[in-house]
Design a protein around this ligand. Structure first.
Ligand code: ACO
Length: 425
């Protein structure tokens, strides 16, 4: 039964059934709007448009709530590890002990990349951004592991993607510094394996610091999903055309790269670096951010959904303090970040617009403490977001009655005009 009705000025109308979410969110179903009235909705940048229903992640931006499959992000960050959260997002439940062991073993066993793929790395210049390498490599996986329609093969490709992404990420770092690749080891867990591939040097022992493993697990968990953000929407859109898993996720990686999305973590550190050496300090940058024509924004501030606080930023702020003191790292950028946050949060411009630090504001400080170079930050985000993208890809693919995603537009160009020969234009 219709619960809302939309009347257009000329008496045309349409019944709008209401879809309610499990948290009582309300969606007006406009799927009959064009057929019944000839009109469409206009919602540039889709701030008011629900493009799907989803059972993966719940966010309440006013209350600062983020839950994966019903579990609070705070609980998951405190108590789970990243492979467990991958299982939760992709399979829908936290694993039992045997499921966890099986999932872990498979994620480890498929970590190696095809030897031929190593040749791809040789073709990139040493200055190549690791995000450029990562998206090319992930898309190339489809050449090695073509999709067939069996659920077993698809499941294997999901595991391959989760397992190999960290190897590809670490190899792209090694390539950028001209060091030989370090191969994965099957006796190590996801994060320890990644750290070793990143930082070990051949023929030298490499000790894995459990403090760093914990911190990285937490960072990856906090990035693992965030419902219909720009990159996830990209993944779902590409999936809706029937494109394979690797191609769709590679498109998501490209969408993540931009500085308004995942690229913000790199941009934050570059901004803090600038502020740290500028005698005019934070105040100058707060003022610049308030001047629209300056083209400058406070990176790591603001969010389309969170209007109160970003729960991930709160967790990371606490972790940054704790990690730096545990590792004995004295990073002057932490003090700059804290000062900038304090100044922004007491400024009317930021208060009125409800602009708070987002997940990217403190994540870079943590990555730096772990030793991850700045241009790898967005790659780290991509590794964390991988299970979320995969879960959404599966959900989109398996949605009953799902059609190719194809929005409409309101045309504002020239009306019909005659074609003229070149001497008469
Ligand atoms: N610095 C200064 N002003 C800002 C900022 C900022 N970081 N963010 C938003 N504003 C202002 C806008 O100029 C606008 O002001 P107005 O109402 O006077 O025109 C108002 O706040 C609303 O901003 P919008 O751009 O409409 O907000 P939107 O929801 O479209 O954008 C976004 C959200 C992209 C995150 C934005 O806040 C931003 O650019 N932040 C900086 C980049 C960043 O940190 N991105 C990471 C986001 S989190 C993630 O993707 C993981």
């Amino acid at each position: 039964m219709a619960e809302a009705k939309l009347h257009l000025a000329d008496d045309r109308h349409v019944d709008l059934p209401i879809t309610r979410g499990t948290e009582d969110e309300v969606g007006l179903d406009i799927s009959r709007l064009r057929a019944d009235t000839g009109a469409i909705t206009l919602d540039p940048s889709l701030g008011n448009t629900g493009a799907c229903t989803s059972a993966i992640t719940y966010i309440d931006g006013e209350k600062g709530i983020l839950r994966y499959r019903g579990y609070a992000i705070e609980d998951l960050a405190e108590n789970s590890n990243f492979p467990e959260v991958c299982h939760l997002l992709i399979r829908g439940s936290l694993p039992s002990k045997s499921e966890r062991d099986d999932f872990r073993t498979r994620m480890t066993r498929h970590t190696l990349v095809h030897e031929d793929m190593k040749k791809f790395f040789e073709g990139f210049p040493p200055s190549a951004h690791p995000m450029a390498i990562l998206c090319a490599m992930v898309s190339s996986l489809s050449a090695y592991y073509p999709e067939d329609d069996s659920p077993e093969e698809l499941d294997l490709n999901i595991i391959r993607l989760l397992a190999k992404a960290k190897t590809l990420a670490a190899f792209s770092f090694k390539k950028s510094i001209g060091h030989p690749f370090i191969y994965p080891r099957n006796d190590l867990g996801y994060v320890a394996n990644f750290l070793r591939m990143m930082f070990a040097v051949p023929a030298e022992p490499y000790d894995i610091d459990p403090v760093v493993v914990d911190a990285l697990n937490k960072l990856l968990i906090l990035h693992a999903d965030h419902e219909q953000n720009c990159s996830t929407t990209t993944v779902r859109t590409v999936c809706s055309s029937g494109a394979n898993l690797f191609a769709s996720i590679s498109a998501g990686i490209c969408a993540l790269w931009g500085p308004l999305h995942g690229g913000a973590n790199q941009a934050v550190i570059e901004m803090l670096d600038r502020i740290a050496v500028d005698p005019d300090g934070c105040e100058k940058y707060i003022n610049l951010a308030k001047q629209k024509d300056s083209g400058f924004r406070l990176m790591g501030f603001g969010h389309r959904v969170y209007r109160n606080f970003d729960p991930r930023a709160l967790i990371l702020k606490k972790s940054a303090d704790a990690l730096l003191s545990k590792l004995g790292v004295d990073d002057p950028l932490l003090a700059v970040a804290q000062k900038l946050e304090e100044a922004a949060l007491s400024d009317d411009y930021f208060i009125e617009r409800k602009l708070y630090p987002n997940v990217d504001f403190y994540s870079g400080i943590l990555y730096r403490a772990i030793g991850i170079p700045t241009d790898m930050f967005t790659v780290m985000f991509a590794l964390g977001r991988m299970p979320g993208w995969i879960a959404h890809w599966l959900e989109e693919r398996n949605s009953p009655g799902a059609r190719i995603i194809r929005p409409r537009q309101i045309y504002t160009g020239a009306t019909a005009r005659p074609w003229l020969p070149i001497d008469k234009r």
